[in-house]
Design a protein around this ligand. Sequence first.
Ligand code: S3P
Length: 442
Amino acid sequence: MTHTKFFKEEKKVTTTIPPVKDGLTGSVTIPGDKSISHRAILFASLADGDSKIYGFLKGEDCMSTITCMKQLGIEVKEEDDYILVKGKGLNGLEEPEKPLDVGNSGTTIRLLSGILAGQDFSSVLVGDESIAKRPMGRVTVPLKMMNTSIDGRQNAAYTPLHIRGGSLNSIHYLSPVASAQVKSAILLAGMFADGVTKVTEPHKSRDHTERMLQTFGAHVESNELSASIEGGQTLSSQTIYVPGDISSAAFILVAGAIVPGSNITLNNVGMNPTRTGIIDVLQTMGADLTIENERHLGSEPVADLTIRYSTLSSCTIDGDLIPRLIDEIPAIAVLATQANGTTIIKDAQELKVKESNRIDTVVSQLKKIGAAVEPTEDGMIITGKTPLHGGTLQSFHDHRIGMAMALCGLIASEPVSIKDSEAISVSYPDFFEQLTYLRADN
Ligand code: S3P
């Protein structure tokens, strides 16, 4: 018997998660890393020759990147167990006939803007309602400084973006935000610029771009807060193995930590130190977590993780830790409702400009089912341990809100229904199926 029910109405899906009776047990392989999958398609397109990408995440965001690259003249083929990208070199892209639609994907629009800045042709980038509200000035401002012509609503602060690139000059950009999307857009534009382009950030953001550009044969210099690249370097085709996404693993880790009787092994999880804030938080809160079989998949570290239910205590999450777990905060908020004491999340104002305003969406939905949580200007304060009751919650078309609310259903006294739960396909299409598989009561 399956406990996950789908009700379809005009493509909108409501998923109901009943409380778990006997724990979550078994092992799952986590889907490919979203950040790494995007970069593999983009960099393979700019490389000379055929690249193969194994473990690619076939979620909606990464499929948007493939669609855009196809419109730019790149042949991308889905083979049985890998994606084949027929790269055309640094200057092989073609002017698209229609606007490039990035869907819900901030990574696609921001990284692609950096690549398009280097192209001597005209292109238009559009996306969905959420993308229309997200700040683009953080990439268009530095790209304009490099001599790209970019237009868009409110002086190129919002989509649609119209980009015409060409001969770029290098810059040393002091980014006001710790953002891998901003850093990557500038480094990608830097590949087409004269001289050395450098980005310095207030805190270190994820470094997949620096690692993967090196894999494709470029020389990138990086230290704690800066990364730089010299223009004109060519990329050569590669075989890339994408590790499991620790941001997706976070939902299963939290489920195992809060559902009594659980014992779950997660295989092949990416353990890049710029992404492992969730591991630090689980350990600080007293979770029963084991890390085994640590190894490398190409330039990225991976491991197998085992999580078991345990008593948890609160912690404070702030500063340098925030960029290392920014996407995991919706899951961490649910974790904190089950930890004894007061968990404080601060310095996380970036939550406001994600797929939804995640301070508002997390707090409003958790309150509806009885959590003790209050919003702050740059985060939230959660007091536990609090029993949750059932109800109907919204995803706000934000994949990570949909999954975080599903976790509540596992431990609430009554079922939790999540409206517009189809949003989860952006990053974790098999999430509900994997949860069902792990239930001992299914
Ligand atoms: C990403 C960077 C982060 C993250 C996003 C993916 C990336 O965004 O939240 O989900 O792939 O570079 P910011 O660069 O806005 O911090």
